[in-house]
Ligand binder design. Structure first.
Ligand code: NAP
Length: 472
């Protein structure tokens, strides 16, 4: 029997769909799963009648693959990935390629790349985004490792990836853990946009008294605009329209208001703090999840801390697409992307990843969760100016800010006066206002530091450093 072109380890929701994707694209496959019963039921179910076989052991799995072997691991990140690498490594030979497609921490990937470099097989850390549907129909893929290893899998991943007008949503990202770093930041931006859309839902519900169907209609309108056409707006419409089959009420109102936050969102923020990059919109979305998890405390606090009555303020009407609110959502979304792109640029310099910003924007245009029409503008911005300091300085994005800032300010101020938390919208407003203010009050911070700790300060008008005896 001829050997399979492609091997997949891990028949979770992503693995199942990715192997069906590979097989549909002409790559006969062999699958391995720790629990063999899952392999059996997959082969009898969705894998039946396809060029896919199953293996009970790593030896059988590796022996069933043509050389050089191309093996994708889609398993739980962390120690599970280390365990599988340890078990399969002895069977791999010169030229073989082991790809980690899970959500691994980029530092784990850096460690694995340096540990495995002495072996004769290649190792690629590849971020994959698109959920189960994307995995089946074409995800966005972010592979990092040595360039020659990528070249050996390029024909496979180019066919499997989502396709946009300027090519497949996959490219060589850079060395070491760069692929997983880019996926991490992708998820950080995703956290931000999910929270921004959730805040807009809360405002429409609490200030304008709108129901799911009306809010879904607004999302449908937003999804037809250049600024907000995106997968996340599309699925927000779907979620808001869904009814509970028990009573026909909006299903979203029955869902517990708690969201988890460990993993990629947390890693985005901790990397940003370490690299000194300002990501307040993304941080606010992470913190909003932390606050959401304190359900019992929030219920108690609501009965103790004085309630502020919701005031009526202008969010717009369904007829005008809730224009002031939409402007606020557009600017906050731009901030989430701008902060993520800034973090990528800083990491590229610090870790010598040599990231191509336009290429990253390009591969996010299809297949992934943050795909949106704004990414074409982001791609264009970095193509026009590879040294762009911040997305907000690009002429198209600066024009968006100049035209929409008043509405963002009004929405945040109305929400504040009504006691409605809008952490991402307000952090975005502060981000923009801080970024466009040439004179910030950190002069006083410096004065205090010199006053209590003789830390010295610089002056605007003379070369320093200076120290003053403030308490004389
Ligand atoms: P998952 O639930 O994260 O992982 C399930 C798979 O991991 C199963 O095949 C399981 O085998 C295997 N596994 C767990 N511990 C293992 C161990 N110690 N040794 C060997 N195998 C082990 O599945 P998933 O959602 O498909 O995700 C797979 C990877 O892709 C994860 O890293 C995830 O973070 C990442 N990812 C997920 C999504 C998504 O939308 N779900 C999107 C992008 C990336 P058993 O059947 O034997 O338990």
């Amino acid at each position: 029997m001829s050997k399979a072109h492609f091997g997949l380890i891990g028949l979770g929701v992503m693995g199942e769909n990715l192997v069906l994707n590979a097989e549909r694209n002409g790559f006969s496959s062999v699958v391995y799963n720790r629990t063999f019963s899952k392999t059996e039921s997959f082969l009898k179910g969705r894998g039946a009648g396809k060029s896919i076989i199953g293996a009970r052991s790593f030896k059988e799995f590796v022996d069933s693959l043509e050389r050089p072997r191309r093996i994708l691991m889609m398993i739980k990140a962390g120690s599970a990935t280390d365990a599988v690498i340890d078990e399969i490594s002895p069977y791999l030979e010169e030229g073989d390629l082991l790809i980690d497609g899970g959500n691994s921490e980029f530092r784990d990937t850096e460690r694995r790349v340096s540990q495995l470099e002495s072996r004769n097989f290649g190792y690629i850390g590849m971020g994959v985004s698109g959920g189960s549907k994307g995995a089946l129909e074409g995800p966005s893929m972010m592979p990092g490792g040595t360039k020659s290893s990528y070249e050996a899998i390029e024909s496979l991943v180019s066919k499997m990836a989502a396709q946009v007008e300027d090519g497949p949503c996959v490219t060589y990202i850079g060395p070491g853990g760069s692929g997983h770093f880019v996926k991490t930041v992708h998820n950080g931006i995703e956290y931000g946009i999910e929270q921004i859309l959730s805040e807009s839902y809360d405002l429409m519900k609490r200030v304008s008294g709108m129901k799911g169907e009306q809010m879904a209609n607004v999302m449908a309108q937003w999804n037809r605009t250049e600024e907000l056409t995106s997968y996340l707006v599309e699925i927000t419409e779907v979620c808001l329209r869904e009814k509970d089959t028990n009573d026909g009420e909006d299903l979203v109102e029955k869902i517990m208001d708690k969201a988890g936050q460990k993993g990629t969102g947390l890693w985005t923020v901790s990397s940003a703090l370490e690299l000194g990059i300002s990501v307040p919109t993304i941080y606010a979305s992470l913190n909003a999840r932390v606050m959401s998890s304190l359900k019992d405390q929030r219920v108690k606090a609501e009965s103790i801390i004085k309630n502020i009555p919701v005031i009526s303020f202008n969010l717009g009407t369904v007829d005008n697409g809730m224009e002031p609110l939409m402007d606020a959502v557009v600017l906050a979304t731009i901030c989430s992307y701008a902060q993520g792109m800034d973090l990528l640029k800083a990491a590229s310099e610090e870790f010598k990843y040599n990231l191509s910003m336009p290429s990253i924007a390009k591969i996010w245009k299809g297949g992934c969760i943050i795909r949106s029409s704004l990414l074409s503008r982001i791609q264009e911005a970095y193509n026009n100016n590879p040294d762009l300091l911040n997305l907000l300085l690009d002429p198209w994005f600066a024009d968006q800010v100049n035209r929409k800032l008043t509405n963002l300010s009004k929405v945040v101020s109305g929400a504040a006066q009504s006691g409605i938390p809008v952490p991402c919208l307000s952090s975005s407003l502060d981000y923009i206002n801080s970024y466009r203010t040439s004179r910030l009050p950190q002069n006083l911070v410096q004065a205090m530091r010199d006053c209590f700790g003789s830390h010295t300060y610089e002056r605007l008008d003379m070369k320093g450093p200076y120290h003053t005896d403030w308490l004389k």
